[in-house]
Design a protein around this ligand. Structure first.
Ligand SMILES: [Cu+2]
Length: 613
């Protein structure tokens, strides 16, 4: 509690300062670098107030933040979203992407390994695996502005989308069947206040060659297109487990989102994100085969969670360009709708929960109408099925960009019963959650389940029988150890005291090497750290074996205040540039990122570990 009080006092002072001199900067396309150039940001201080629009915004309709955030409501002049009535509309399920007939059916020239700059392609590097893993399915997607309704009591408004929906279309892919996605940038000239019209689409958790990964500096402009080649191949196919890769490296719930350097937060907040699901002979999408997980798409439902802020006068989405701490919204969206409902049958469901950001951590419970909990199973963390389901009675924590696949069993409830996805994690500002769990009645009830009277059958496996999924791949002695400190210094987000630059290769990993990375958090901040391309296993968290839910393979690791985590990696198959960064997208855009390259010659940079467990 002492820690919370200290944080509250600090917040109170910041809010009082902000209320004196705050004004909105709703101007086009200011990046961190622009703001610094204009003298609006200094390295040591903040000429403009740094507080988030929503640091203390109350929530309407679904329960308040509760706990220690309450003390700040109503002070200062930051926007509070207009009230909205919860559970008026059904949760949308994003459409499934449909491939075109063949390569000839794509708009423009036939795809090729080399970048086709003459024909308007924005890609600059040759596909590494175009001939060895040739595409079998071809997709075309257009990034366009579209009129979107997020709630019937707010105006329809212009968001940026993939093919016109938020979230974008869901790609449903099979291991062993490479995809090519021709990605067109058709964004409008007017950005409506924030967002930039150049993009780099990242396939988050993809084992993807660097030139198709969506590296932040591989952005391309309006009217350009970019062929992204997704081999859908298991790690190890070219080395330890030829020719198809290690089945225990299988992934299931991936997502894609804009990753444009300095503008990721704005462009994702504006709508540029969607799901990418991978199935195989075990995770089949059919509950009568393989692991017998609930059948896709009827009972296997992706859910993207976002928190956003709306202008109290116009009802339009606002993004605080001045905030460098992390933006907290006071409206909670699931698949693009504010507090929707979702009808369920009396049976088991697989939900794929994704925290789509920008800055909030969740701890989700399933709450009944009497505010007691309904326990559920966690079966996957990030893209990866756990070795076995884990029953949780204490909810599940999900930092930005993390995914948790869960199994919720509604079979014990009578038709007409209502239950809620309830975020009970207190978070007052962009620093990270206080770790205080508020009471169920004070949580953010972000979605209402309505149990229907429909006829039901359920062929899915009962997680209580403790089915086994994939084994955790064996670790091996590391060839290299590297250490990273994530901190804030002189008003800058830094990794090992440095900010991101596109051309700054901080270290080189030797292809096929095993490595241990030690990540250390700083004082007073929490960071969800995402590392592209290869997944990690958490070896130790603060010297301890991780929890069962963290004992799988991951691509995001939560760094709590002063945390120390030890990660094991095995880098295989492709070479090229990849980033590691904080996935609080505000921190990311303010340069809490680094570039590393995978190459056939490595080095020992960033390896001076002051402390080891
Ligand atoms: Cu961070």
């Amino acid at each position: 509690m002492a820690n919370i009080s200290k944080r509250n006092r600090r917040r109170e002072k910041e809010i009082m300062d902000a209320s004196k001199n705050r004004r909105e900067i709703i101007a086009a396309q200011f990046s961190r670098r622009d703001l610094m150039k204009m003298g609006l940001l200094t390295t040591a201080g903040f000429l403009i107030p740094k507080n988030g629009l929503s640091a203390r915004a109350p929530q309407f309709g679904g329960g308040g933040f509760g706990g220690n955030c309450f003390g700040f409501y109503g002070q200062g002049g930051t926007p509070v979203s207009p009230p909205t009535t919860p559970y008026l509309e059904a949760m949308p399920i994003p459409p499934i992407a449909q491939p075109v007939l063949n390569a000839d059916a794509l708009t423009g020239p036939l795809p090729q390994a080399a970048p086709n700059t003459a024909a308007g392609e924005g890609r600059t590097r040759t596909h590494q695996a175009f001939t060895t893993l040739p595409p079998q399915k071809y997709y075309e997607v257009h990034q366009i502005e579209a009129n979107i309704s997020m709630h019937p009591q707010l105006p329809v408004q212009k968001l940026w989308t993939f093919n016109g929906t938020v979230p974008g279309q869901t790609y449903v892919s099979q291991y062993g069947q490479p995809n090519l996605v021709r990605n067109f940038n058709d964004l409008p000239a007017n950005n409506g206040g924030f967002g930039i019209q150049s993009v780099s689409t990242h396939l988050h958790n993809g084992h993807t060659p660097s030139e198709s990964d969506g590296f932040p500096c591989d952005f391309f402009g309006v009217t350009k297109w970019y062929d992204q080649h997704y081999p859908n191949v298991l790690a190890g196919f070219a080395s330890t487990h030829p020719p198809t890769g290690d089945i225990n490296e299988s992934m299931s719930t991936l997502w894609y989102h804009d990753h444009r350097v300095d503008f990721t937060a704005q462009n994702v907040y504006k709508g540029l994100a969607g799901f990418y699901l991978l199935f195989n002979q075990f995770d089949t999408g059919n509950e009568t085969t393989g692991f017998r997980l609930p059948t896709f798409p009827d009972f296997d439902i992706p859910m993207m969670f976002n928190d956003k802020i709306f202008d109290p006068t116009t009802g339009l989405l606002v993004f605080d360009l001045a905030n460098r701490d992390g933006i907290l919204g006071d409206k909670f969206l699931v698949n693009g709708k504010i507090q929707p409902f979702f009808n369920v049958k009396r049976r088991r469901y697989r939900f794929r929960w994704l925290n789509g950001g920008p800055s909030r951590f969740y701890q989700f419970y399933i709450t009944k109408q009497d505010n007691t909990n309904h326990n559920f199973w966690v079966i996957a963390n990030d893209g990866n099925l756990l070795p076995n389901p884990v029953l949780t009675s204490n909810g599940v924590r999900i930092a930005v960009a993390e995914r948790m696949d869960v199994i919720v069993d509604f079979s014990s409830f009578a038709a007409g019963t209502k239950l809620y996805i309830n975020n009970r994690l207190e978070q007052c500002d962009g620093a990270g959650p206080t770790d205080n769990i508020v009471s169920a009645s004070q949580g953010n009830k972000v979605l209402e389940f309505r149990v229907t009277s429909d006829a039901v059958s359920d062929g899915s496996v009962n997680p209580a029988t403790n089915p086994s999924f994939y084994a955790v791949p064996a670790r091996e002695p590391e060839d290299e150890t590297r250490c990273f400190k994530f901190d804030r210094e002189n008003g800058q987000w830094v990794i090992n005291d440095e900010v991101f630059a596109c051309d700054d290769v901080r270290f080189k990993v030797k292809r096929n090497d095993a490595e241990i990375w030690n990540l250390e958090g700083g004082f007073n901040w929490q960071h969800p750290i995402h590392i592209h391309f290869e997944e990690h296993q958490i070896v130790k968290r603060n010297g301890n074996t991780p929890t069962l839910i963290e004992r799988g393979r991951k691509d995001v690791v939560r760094l709590g205040e002063n945390d120390d985590v030890e990660l094991f990696f095995r880098f295989r198959d492709f070479v090229g540039r990849y980033p590691m960064h904080c996935h609080n997208t505000i921190h990311e855009d303010h340069a809490m990122m680094l570039r590393f390259d995978i190459d056939d010659v490595g080095n020992s940079n960033e390896s001076d570990c002051g402390r080891r467990f």
